[in-house]
Design a protein around this ligand. Structure first.
Ligand code: DQA
Length: 144
């Protein structure tokens, strides 16, 4: 059961970046905890600061993986190309945001990707990734 966690721009700096908003833990550190919590899930992690690389990754895994957790960072609020990539693939994509984007600047209230995602998890800190994995873990395989 392969699952991709895909993080977008600036999320490589979690733990050092704007700690009051995103916390003081690195994603690599949190990932170890997730792997221990879901030992039967084959978790892959990929991060890129480049829009095209995120799109390429969605294309690469989006027809075979059970699901994808996507934190597209600021591309959430700007990228029609990312929205189109999510619509083009078959694996369910869950949108994750660490912060509550609706309690922040107005430009963060608009997501181009939400409507093409299975669901959205917003504002629960890093725990949002665990919530998304719980959903995918319990997801029954599609009947053909
Ligand atoms: C974010 C929210 C975005 O608005 C911001 O640009 C990020 C992180 C979050 O996880 O809260 O980079 O996606």
């Amino acid at each position: 059961m392969k699952i991709l966690i895909l993080n977008g721009p600036n999320l490589n700096l979690l733990g050092t970046r704007e700690k009051s908003v995103y916390g003081s833990r690195s994603f690599e550190n949190y990932l170890e905890e997730l792997k221990n919590a879901f030992p039967d899930m084959d978790l892959e992690y990929y991060q890129s600061n480049m829009e095209g690389e995120l799109i390429n990754k969605l294309h690469e895994v989006g027809f075979s993986y059970k699901g994808i957790l996507l934190n597209a960072g600021a591309y959430t609020h700007t990228s029609i190309a990312l929205a189109d990539a999510i619509a083009a693939i078959e694996s369910p994509v869950i949108e994750v945001h660490i912060s509550n984007v609706y309690a922040r600047e107005e430009f963060r209230h608009k997501s181009y990707i939400s409507k093409n995602c299975k669901g959205c998890i917003v504002g629960f800190g890093l725990e949002g990734y665990r919530l998304g994995l719980t959903y995918l873990h319990n997801l029954k395989p599609k009947k053909v």
